[in-house]
Design a protein around this ligand. Structure first.
Ligand SMILES: *[C@@H]1O[C@H](CO)[C@@H](O)[C@H](O)[C@H]1NC(C)=O
Length: 359
């Protein structure tokens, strides 16, 4: 070999490896190590099956899921190009079509336009540059809604957990199942649009229900089943937290931050399309729909800085999700602040809990 070519060869090797790392975190994540066949979708699929303990009924189902998986690999790559400050790749949802994912793991129903319960405008002059309710003990561990469109109940219960902590000093894990089974509250303007268990609901109507019912039981007293066929087993004598009042926060990001700091974690709606492939980082897609389909909990915000994962981080919101700890960043999502990305600023509500002295 001509030794004069050696530096050139080395340069090509090194630059192609780092370019692949940067462009394809998906491959990075699934197949660590350089030199793997990038098109080996079959190997990715087997490691996905192992990692998430998947099993399929028969060969036909296996083949179908494999084709959905391949389509999701392509989608993750598209998401990566549209959202370069986050990492997109294989998740526990990689064998689901977008519509299966929406039906089984989201569950925010379409809200009617209601102007009642508007939050008063708060001063925003001395907000801290970053803030996280997890550092102040107001947030329970990440939960898992399972294959049930009950996100709204997790968002509402978690907001009340935070509000109850602020009012009483106790962090109690509260029951989503009570909301799933017992809350059939409807919109004032649209009596056909009601909270309906695994088929979706809204956080504000859940708060409305809680005002009428008296409050929520503890998680331990009314545990989550992930199904909505059990009927309501609410026992008023076991109420652990009660809603004093709630309000809808304006779309203004400073008002959202001020309400967060003052009242505790906020119930928010979001468009979850990028969340199916999200692995980590700050999600800041160039284009994202603002149609809201998922209810989550806003627990804090961060300022710009450097991410250990990639590039420079933008200011972001910290979102607690309800898909277990193995999803995203230990169950959490970061989405950039500043321009209502994925509609995250457009359905925000704040709840206050009744201060109780009994335990
Ligand atoms: C609930 O009412 C109290 C007292 O009127 C008020 O200070 C608080 O801001 C209200 N909370 C919410 C979330 O609207």
């Amino acid at each position: 070999m001509d030794l004069r070519l050696l530096p050139l060869l080395l340069f090509l090797l090194v630059s192609s490896a780092s370019a692949a790392d940067l462009e394809d975190p998906l491959i990075q994540q699934v197949v660590p190590g350089v030199g793997e066949d990038l098109l080996n979708a079959e190997a990715h699929f087997s490691s996905f099956i192992q990692r998430f303990g998947k099993s399929y009924a028969d060969e036909k189902e296996h083949a179908h899921r494999f084709s959905v998986f391949k389509a999701n690999l392509r989608r993750a790559r598209r998401h990566q190009r549209l959202d370069p400050t986050a990492v997109h790749g294989v998740t526990q949802f990689s064998d689901l079509t977008p519509s299966e994912f929406r039906r089984q793991y989201l569950g925010l129903r379409r809200p009617s336009l209601s102007s009642s319960h508007e939050a008063p405008i708060l001063p925003t002059g001395d907000l801290p540059p970053d803030f996280d309710w997890r550092d102040h003990g107001a947030v329970t561990g990440v939960k898992n809604q399972g294959s049930c469109g009950s996100c709204w109940s997790f968002s509402a219960a978690a907001a009340l957990e935070g509000a109850n902590f602020l009012a009483t000093g106790n962090l109690e894990s509260l029951s989503e199942q009570q909301l799933v089974d017992c809350d059939h509250e409807c919109d004032l303007e649209d009596p056909d649009s009601c909270d309906s268990g695994c088929n979706g609901g809204l956080m504000t109507t859940a708060f409305q229900y809680l005002l009428k019912a008296g409050g929520l039981e503890r998680e331990a007293d009314y545990p989550y089943t992930g199904a909505d066929r059990g009927g309501c087993k609410f026992d008023k004598s076991k109420i652990a937290a009660s809603v004093l009042n709630f309000s809808v926060v304006s779309i203004d990001e400073d008002q959202i931050a001020a309400n967060l700091v003052k009242h505790g974690p906020l119930a928010v709606g979001i468009n979850a399309i990028f969340m199916q492939t999200y692995v980590g980082g700050v999600s800041c897609p160039y284009i994202c729909g603002r149609h809201l389909d998922h209810g989550v909990l806003l627990v804090g915000y961060g300022a710009a800085g450097y991410s250990p994962i990639r590039f420079k981080e933008k200011p972001y919101w910290i979102i607690k999700n309800s898909w277990g700890e193995s999803w995203g960043e230990n169950g959490y999502y970061k989405i950039c602040r500043g321009r209502n990305v994925c509609g995250v600023d457009s359905m925000v509500s704040s709840v206050s809990a009744v201060h109780t002295t009994h335990t």
